[in-house]
Design a protein around this ligand. Structure first.
Ligand SMILES: [Zn+2]
Ligand SMILES: [Zn+2]
Length: 151
């Protein structure tokens, strides 16, 4: 597998994260995470299966891919963007954080906000109501800079 230098650094950081969590870092997890890093935005599970077959010569059954995606999501390395029913790699695997995503309704591109103060603030507000937050699914919908410029 040929990896972009930056991708390799991110995959290594993800492997460290998995080991720190006491989990094995399998070749399949590494390949799926790297494939997600290589896609521009979020990708559906079946498109991801096609991509893995085409680029990595890796043939996965849907159940096997979903299991790997769930494992990666539990590690915080991959996030499902619920409104798109698609998956996206976290590009900041070095540290644990909640996710806030920007979803362009024009071209479907997604981005991630690295400053997670907003998610923390929401968790604290929820905690004030006695609610324990396990998972954030925060999405801002709008238009990305390219689409705004093109308009
Ligand atoms: Zn992230
Ligand atoms: Zn766009």
């Amino acid at each position: 597998m040929h990896l972009h230098h930056n991708t390799l650094a991110l995959v290594n950081a993800a492997a460290d994260r998995a080991r720190a969590a006491g989990q094995r870092w399998t070749p399949q997890r590494a390949t799926v995470y790297a494939a997600l890093l290589s896609t521009k935005g979020a990708i559906g599970a079946y498109d991801l299966i096609d991509l893995l077959a085409r680029l990595q010569a890796l043939t996965l059954k849907p159940a096997s891919l979903y299991r790997t995606l769930d494992d990666l999501q539990a590690l915080g390395l991959v996030v499902k963007i619920e409104s798109l029913n698609a998956w996206r790699a976290c590009h900041h695997p070095h540290q644990e954080h909640q996710h806030v995503f920007l979803v362009c309704d024009g071209c479907g591109q997604t981005d991630e906000i690295a400053d997670h103060g907003a998610a923390l603030h929401l968790s604290q507000s929820a905690a004030a109501l006695g609610f324990k937050t396990n998972r954030h699914v925060l999405e801002l919908h709008g238009n990305c800079s390219s689409c705004v410029t093109a308009a």
